[in-house]
Design a protein around this ligand. Structure first.
Ligand code: CO
Length: 656
């Protein structure tokens, strides 16, 4: 009897007859550090290695996307356009690729067509060759203008299936989505498995169906989160996908892409050839390995290499690290399991949207709010309202009627393409902005997409270098370094009792203090004192009082119920005499909806019950805060743009 050959052997035999090129996109400079480093890679890091990366032989380099853009401005104090230009000036051989959120561009909502068009034109001018264009809801109406513009300005338009698992997401549905995009003129199609939940068998079925029903070149993008991605790539390529997304090994695995080195080794025994330069890969690998300690923030990294839970909660990689960071900001990292439990319920309520930006934020943060407030949908961001209204597009399945009623009240959802409701934005986009702050057209686009963040950056940039505040990412990094190497000097100087970086412990202490109903706890240690009250920590002057810990019971809170959260003991220093509107969660307090827009209220104004009095931005979403009853605004307690802690009084009011 003839010896049975393994499949691998058959492929090697076929190899001598038939070479099939395998295209590999490197995601190291975008998705990988978004998934593992909360997008904290610097342009300077990239420029140190870009020549080597360009010589690897990749099909394309994914270098740009929404989080990259946002984090550049917000945390790195860099101009994302400048990053793109710098990369382009050196990466001469490999096409540059970006991830475009269709009509959302790089943001979290739909933008008018004029902004989409100028953004794409400028992105091409500055160096983007390939646009992977996706819509979180797979609503093709949100891709139409972006695809048309990419073609118009000479780019490669890659359409996208945002992959998810739900009762309504069948292979036939995905093929239909692909066909709609092909009719719009896409050059290739990506199956975007942002959460790493595409199983090898499902991939084989989906790719086979797409190959059978369409002629479009197929690329597969997955995340290693659940441990399936490498096998998924093998099955996808065998079924006819011509391209896969990988990252260099130190930037791979966990919630990032599968490692390129591993995939090369696997495919080396087949007739699919990527032809990458192994020596160059080794150099790139060494470079990023050495960079990890100064770029990876421990708060953003998952504990487990493999997270089987993702198969239940379906949260994409970038979102997991963000969710951790955001829960840490809320002092609620211990609630992450509850959030993971709540998330699939919220998703079902809202018609099974795939979880990818912006729906991942919308659904994820609604789950966070449902858990933190303890009352489902009592706290609802503007974004969730807009979603329920249909302003993001069609939900894949009908939404839960009772939940919609709770979110929308008497308002009615829209029909038609959401962006049709939007007026052109560019003509007066920078009205009221100091013209000295805007240097080029790209700045106007940055400002349209991220008004507050871009304005902050422009103002910072306009200052002489010696007057600029420290770069936020440097501050984070220093905190992390300090907490790893706590100063060993005795506490005879003004060294803080608690490491400044230890915000998590501090938040937990604050929660405990408020739960115990003490107004304040003062801890004295080694010549330093620290006072903790319900609104935060104030390090007192150095005293030599022998008191180790003094706690004073707090009188019954005089603060009226906040519109959206149960009151806790408020900080005595900040507490107003009468009732107040308190922050429902940690975030940033805004008196108006945006720069140049009128404030929601002024001192002395009379507000109707339910009228918006301010906004608390938390976790990148804007939460309108309502008047709890008909009231008079007595005092705006904190300035516009100030960080607030959960339950901190923001506006003192008087009931009418
Ligand atoms: Co991804």
């Amino acid at each position: 009897m003839a010896k049975k050959k393994s499949i691998g052997t058959q492929d090697i035999i076929r190899d001598s007859i038939n070479h099939i090129p395998l295209r590999i996109t490197d995601t190291t400079l975008r998705d990988a550090h978004q998934s593992l480093w909360a997008t904290r890679m610097r342009t300077a890091d990239i420029m140190k290695i870009i020549d080597v990366v360009d010589n690897v032989g990749y099909y394309s380099l994914e270098v740009w996307g929404g989080a990259t853009f946002d984090v550049c401005l917000r945390f790195l104090r860099e101009d994302p356009w400048e990053r793109l230009r710098q990369i382009k000036s050196r990466a001469k051989k490999t096409p540059l690729q970006m991830l475009l959120r269709g009509q959302n561009i790089l943001g979290y909502k739909n933008y008018p067509d004029d902004v989409v068009e100028r953004f794409i034109a400028l992105a091409i001018e500055n160096g983007v060759d390939i646009f992977r264009i996706f819509d979180a809801l797979n609503d093709t109406r949100n891709l139409e203008v972006a695809i048309k513009c990419v073609k118009k300005y000479g780019g490669h338009a890659q359409g996208t299936i945002s992959y998810t698992v739900s009762p309504v997401h069948t292979v036939d549905k995905y093929v239909a989505i692909a066909q709609e995009q092909i009719a719009m003129g896409i050059d290739s199609l990506c199956i975007k498995d942002m959460a790493g939940i595409l199983s090898p068998i499902a991939a084989e079925r989906l790719v086979s169906a797409l190959v059978r029903e369409t002629k479009i070149p197929i690329q597969v993008h997955s995340h290693a989160t659940s441990g399936m991605a490498s096998a998924t790539y093998v099955e996808s390529v065998r079924a006819g996908a011509g391209a896969i997304d990988c990252a260099i090994s130190p930037m791979a695995g966990f919630s990032s892409q599968p490692p390129v080195e591993t995939m090369l080794a696997i495919f080396s025994e087949t007739h699919y050839h990527a032809n990458l330069d192994q020596e160059a890969l080794r150099k790139v690998c060494k470079f990023f390995l050495e960079l990890i300690p100064t770029r990876q923030l421990s708060a953003h990294v998952a504990d487990n290499i493999i997270d089987p839970e993702v198969l239940l909660h379906h949260i994409p990689g970038g979102m997991i690290s963000n969710l951790r960071g955001q829960l840490a900001q809320q002092g609620a990292l211990d609630k992450i399991d509850q959030v993971f439990e709540e998330l699939p319920k919220v998703r079902a309520d809202l018609g099974y949207p795939p979880l990818v930006t912006p729906t991942s934020q919308i659904i994820g943060i609604q789950a966070v709010m449902n858990v933190i407030s303890g009352d489902r949908y009592s706290l609802v961001s503007q974004e969730v309202k807009d979603y329920a209204k249909g302003l993001y597009g069609r939900s894949p399945a009908p939404m839960d009627k009772a939940v919609i009623k709770k979110i929308l009240g008497t308002e009615k959802p829209i029909s038609g393409r959401p962006a049709d409701l939007l007026q052109p934005m560019l003509p007066d986009a920078t009205e009221g902005v100091d013209p000295k702050l805007i240097k080029k057209e790209e700045d106007i686009i940055s400002y349209c997409l991220f008004p507050e963040v871009a304005m902050d950056y422009f103002k910072w940039r306009a200052l002489p270098p010696e007057q600029r505040s420290p770069i936020p990412a440097d501050v984070e990094l220093k905190k992390q370094m300090d907490s790893k190497n706590p100063p060993s000097a005795p506490a005879q100087t003004a060294t803080p009792f608690l490491a400044q970086s230890d915000y998590n412990s501090i938040s937990q202490l604050v929660d405990k203090v408020s739960a115990l109903n003490f107004s304040q706890i003062t801890i004295q240690h080694g010549g330093s004192t620290i006072s903790i009250n319900a609104s935060g920590v104030t390090t007192g002057p150095l005293v030599s009082a022998p008191v180790a810990a003094a706690a004073a019971p707090v009188p019954a809170s005089t603060t009226a119920p906040a519109p959206t959260a149960a009151p806790k003991a408020a900080a005595p220093a900040a507490a107003p005499a009468g009732p107040s509107v308190n922050a429902p969660l940690n975030g940033t307090f805004y008196r108006s909806p945006g720069p140049g827009k009128p404030e929601f209220c002024q001192e002395g104004d009379e507000m109707a019950e339910g009228a918006t009095v301010c906004i608390v931005e938390a976790m990148k979403l804007f939460n309108p805060i309502k008047a709890p009853y008909r009231c008079k605004i007595v005092k705006l307690l904190i300035p516009h743009g100030t960080p607030v802690k959960k339950d901190e009084p923001m506006i003192s009011i008087q009931k009418l």
